[in-house]
Write a protein that binds this ligand. Structure first.
Ligand SMILES: C[S@@+](CC[C@H](N)C(=O)[O-])C[C@H]1O[C@@H](n2cnc3c(N)ncnc32)[C@H](O)[C@@H]1O
Length: 224
């Protein structure tokens, strides 16, 4: 972990920025090319609103997803940036979730028992993990048989496209500015080669600059 004063300031600023982003209306972010949903709010409602039981969210940030969860879920958040924690607690309370546990950690090393979680959630996190394949293995490990990994992630644009050239060009600066986020990460390919038995997602664009290409869907752990 980098504990330099500069890194701590960056992490604090990032947490503040994420908490401000919570105030944005997800309905204003159009999902272009998605076959079923018109905007981010509809998409998240459909992915997260149905989840029940023990839900583990990796990299929950400042708690942008609490507004979509059923209040009776048992929620565990694994978040490496401690400056997010007060925002997470406030948002959980605001949306009536009472069974909430926040833990320090990373998706690559989940301190969670195997076969113990009903659903794992990741929204805009896999772009930042240090080891994507390992994180996917860990997510699969902790899920119960038939458990669901639900994801919404920005991904690399197709090679050779103008957007991909821009993503590749800005990547070194972008990664430093935005807490190790990789704008050109091939997350869909990593999910496709993971251990999950059933994988379903759609490609679409969100109305963001540079990181517009997205995937959203779910993957199921086998063995049920
Ligand atoms: C762009 S933010 C997204 C936050 C939230 N999921 C959302 O959709 O608003 C990325 C989050 O992933 C966290 N993160 C970065 N590396 C991580 C890792 N290896 N494991 C788990 N979380 C990580 C960051 O601290 C941050 O909270």
């Amino acid at each position: 972990m980098n504990c330099s004063p500069l890194s701590q300031i960056q992490k604090r600023l990032f947490a503040w920025g994420m908490s401000k982003a919570n105030e944005a209306d997800d309905r204003t972010l159009q999902s272009i090319g998605h076959p079923h949903f018109l905007n981010l709010a509809q998409l998240k409602q459909s992915l997260l609103g149905k989840l029940r039981g023990r839900v583990l969210e990796i990299g929950p940030g400042a708690g942008a997803n609490f507004k979509y969860y059923h209040p009776e879920i048992e929620w565990v958040g694994i978040e490496p940036n401690p400056f997010m924690y007060p925002h997470l607690e406030a948002e959980a309370q605001r949306y009536g979730l009472t069974q909430v546990r926040i833990e320090t950690g990373t998706a690559e090393h989940l301190q969670v028992e195997e076969n113990s979680i009903d659903a794992v959630v990741s929204t805009h996190v896999l772009c930042s993990v240090r080891d994507l394949d390992r994180a996917l293995d860990e997510i699969e490990r902790v899920l119960k048989p038939n458990g669901r990994f639900v994801f919404l992630e920005h991904v690399a644009a197709c090679s050779g496209t103008w957007t991909r050239h821009v993503q590749n060009g800005v990547a070194p600066l972008w990664t430093n500015l935005f807490d190790r986020c990789h704008p050109n990460r091939e997350t869909a390919a990593a999910i496709d080669r993971s251990r999950f038995t059933e994988i379903q997602y759609h490609d679409f664009q969100l109305s963001f600059p540079i990181v517009s290409p997205h995937i959203a869907g779910f993957a199921v752990k086998g063995g049920g």
